[in-house]
Design a protein around this ligand. Structure first.
Ligand SMILES: [Zn+2]
Length: 318
């Protein structure tokens, strides 16, 4: 059986165990953190990540997919430290998380040059270390699949074709981005079983979701707790309906939690929590609340094991 690259070294596939495919130890703007480090309390951010990692372990999780790419502040030594200290295994990514903006560096270069950079992270290691990326990350959101976004998707596809690494594509169902993202990746020759369309669970439109599933890709029901995109009371029946229709072997459950995020001032985050835009949005939400509720709703132990253990192994290429 093939091994999977984690931030603490290669893992045998069976060592993955219960896995949350999409959780972040820390998210912040790369350039901002580099230019004005005094705006960030590094010790507090580290402590928050440790708390998240420990919480996940206590809730029975063994591994996370850590899709913090460029523009989310990827810092591979930070992820490694948190993983080592908490014992929570983490699979890192390479790629670019943007809805439109690209530095001129990348605007003036071909997708193959970008693919080369991604391949470097997968084959050589990230940021001068020998820690290798286990998957690729790209994104499309409200602006749709713009030229820059398309370039990143094509670069991810070519890096995937060269290395076999799977692709996680952040999507926005409300802007109907998923189908076009799949189309581009398939056009580049990526096998559908290497493609995961993240955030598909932000809609309860089963026709949209099945349209994606029909192409053979994976979907992420991976934002439990982000009520402003879709409340729990609509996420839950969607998950159960998909299980009933036999899609357990195509789905991931996660929360896309961020142990810390710099997108809003702290007081705004407090308001979002108070007003219910996010609710219990932490790394332990899925193991502590979502899984028990799904069991109650009829999810079988086999379906749970498929989603939490078998699917991560299969998607990550073991
Ligand atoms: Zn995310």
């Amino acid at each position: 059986m093939a091994s999977i690259e984690s931030v603490t070294g290669p893992l045998e596939a069976d060592a993955l165990g219960p896995t949350l495919i999409h959780e972040h130890f820390r998210t912040r703007d790369d350039a901002n953190a580099q230019q004005w480090p005094h705006l960030y309390d590094d010790d507090a951010l580290y402590a928050a990540a440790i708390q998240a990692g420990q919480g996940a372990v206590e809730s029975g999780i063994k591994t996370i997919g850590e899709p913090t790419a460029m523009f989310l502040g990827r810092d591979i030594r930070f992820i490694e430290r948190v993983s080592r200290e908490t014992g929570l295994q983490a699979i890192a990514c390479t790629g670019i998380y943007t809805y439109e903006h690209l530095p001129l560096f990348w605007q003036s270069r071909a997708p193959d040059v970008m693919a080369e950079a991604f391949v470097h992270d997968i084959e050589q290691g990230i940021q001068g270390t020998d820690i290798k990326a286990g998957f690729l990350k790209c994104a499309a959101d409200e602006p749709g699949v713009t030229d820059n976004v398309e370039k990143i998707h094509r670069a991810c596809a070519r890096a995937s074709n060269r290395t076999g690494a799977p692709i996680m594509a952040h999507s926005r169902p409300a802007s109907d981005t998923g189908p076009r993202q799949v189309e581009i990746l398939l056009e580049e020759g990526v096998p559908p079983e290497k493609i995961q369309i993240a955030h598909t669970g932000d809609t309860d439109d089963l026709d949209y979701i099945e349209g994606l599933l029909d192409t053979g890709v994976w979907i992420g029901l991976d934002r439990f707790g982000i009520e402003m995109y879709l409340p729990m009371e609509r996420r839950m029946p969607t998950a159960l309906a998909l299980l009933e229709r036999g899609y357990a072997d195509r789905m991931f459950l996660s929360a896309d939690s961020c142990a810390s995020i710099d997108w809003f001032p702290e007081e705004t985050i407090a308001v979002l929590q108070r007003e219910g835009a996010v609710k219990d949005w932490t790394i332990t939400l899925v193991p502590d609340q979502v899984l028990p509720a799904l069991r109650e709703g009829g999810m079988t132990p086999e379906q749970e094991k498929t989603m939490m253990e078998e699917n991560p192994k299969a998607w990550l290429g073991a």
